[in-house]
Design a protein around this ligand. Structure first.
Ligand SMILES: Cc1cc2nc3c(=O)[nH]c(=O)nc-3n(C[C@H](O)[C@H](O)[C@H](O)COP(=O)(O)OP(=O)(O)OC[C@H]3O[C@@H](n4cnc5c(N)ncnc54)[C@H](O)[C@@H]3O)c2cc1C
Length: 312
């Protein structure tokens, strides 16, 4: 497929948004995508101005069409390895192989759920994590929040903007302060360990406790562990923080020259619109870096030409 100015790895909101800006700036861009965006299980996307309620895949399809119209390439595949530097160029391991002057890693993150039987089967439908993504859709239904992580009480206090919310203590003990906060905010507390999710006719109906009780709920909120898909950036030597997230400046430039990041690959807080914004910001800064490199090379050639003409 030849050399590109930029190869983007990951074609979610972050990667496609970067590719749109770069391809319209007349850069040669390829976006390699494995086709598994994080919000794929959700029927609708919320919180994206002017696109609220759109199926997530429709946003990406529209973005892909825009990039192709500007001449960008969209090979499908999973990149297993990358190597190189800005001096040598970067090599991207794929069936056909790709090379590029710069890399943008936009590979997203992986959600890891607590080990409760049946949670995964309902993930993104009525087992949810983000009130901004799904909260309004399930407003004032019988909601539950699964305890078990350090942030789950704060999660319950947030979800309590709905009217009927219970907190399942599950594997954690509540402090007196946490208990008081939950009670004051009108959140009921269910003591005991959760055994499994109960669903009927493809709808969640409650949680079965280890002692056999079933607590009826229409939807559950769970705080996943966010794991960055950052092994490619890390393999190139990008510095990570104490929690394993690739560090970058405010436009996505990493500690390794020529390697950029955008979206959930480096920022667990990025929503779709934020990820798209990060991709756009990275693309603009990245293009400026390429312009500087192009200008330096053109000046060298220009001076050589002037010198040769002077000797003639
Ligand atoms: C169930 C659910 C519902 C959500 N709903 C909303 C919502 O309503 N509104 C909202 O704003 N946010 C929502 N989010 C968050 C949203 O999914 C993220 O903000 C968004 O997907 C981040 O975009 P991204 O481009 O960084 O990553 P992604 O969208 O995850 O895209 C990353 C892409 O990289 C690809 N990839 C990964 N590794 C490789 C590799 N080695 N080679 C090639 N390709 C690779 C993946 O297959 C994927 O296509 C939701 C999340 C979940 C889990």
């Amino acid at each position: 497929m030849g050399e590109h100015d930029v190869v983007v790895i990951g074609g979610g909101a972050a990667g496609l948004s970067a590719a749109l800006v770069l391809s319209s700036a007349r850069r040669g861009v390829a976006v390699v995508d494995a086709g598994n965006p994080r919000n794929a299980p959700a029927a609708h996307m919320h919180g994206y101005l002017s696109r609220d309620g759109l199926p997530p895949r429709d946003l990406l399809e529209a973005g892909r069409a825009e990039i192709v119209a500007y001449g960008g390439q969209l090979p499908t595949g999973t990149v297993s390895a990358v190597s190189g530097t800005t001096e040598s160029g970067f090599e991207v391991l794929l069936e056909d192989g790709l090379s590029a002057r710069r890399l943008l890693v936009a590979t997203g993150l992986r959600d890891e759920l607590p080990e409760v039987a049946g949670l995964w089967a309902r993930w993104g439908r009525d087992v949810l994590h983000c009130p901004y993504c799904h909260g309004y859709e399930v407003r004032d239904q019988r909601l539950g929040v699964l305890g078990g992580s350090a942030e789950s009480v704060a999660h319950a206090l947030l979800i309590a903007q709905s009217t009927d919310v219970v907190y399942f203590a599950h594997t954690t003990d509540l402090s007196d302060e946490q208990n008081e906060q939950l009670v004051a905010r009108g959140v009921g507390v269910v003591e005991g360990t959760v055994a499994r999710v109960v669903a009927e006719d493809d709808e969640l109906c409650g949680l079965e406790m280890a002692d056999g009780r079933v607590v009826e709920r229409a939807a559950m909120f769970v705080r996943p562990r966010f794991v960055p898909n950052s092994h490619l950036a890390v393999g190139l030597g990008c510095v990570v923080d104490a929690d394993g997230w690739v560090t970058a400046d405010n436009v996505g430039s990493t500690s390794v020259a020529g390697v950029w990041v955008a979206g959930n690959a480096a920022n667990p807080r990025a929503q779709v619109i934020t990820a798209a914004g990060e991709g756009s910001a990275a693309a603009i800064a990245l293009n400026a870096e390429l312009v500087d490199e192009d200008v330096a090379q053109q000046v060298r050639r220009h001076r050589l030409g002037v010198a040769v003409a002077g000797r003639a």
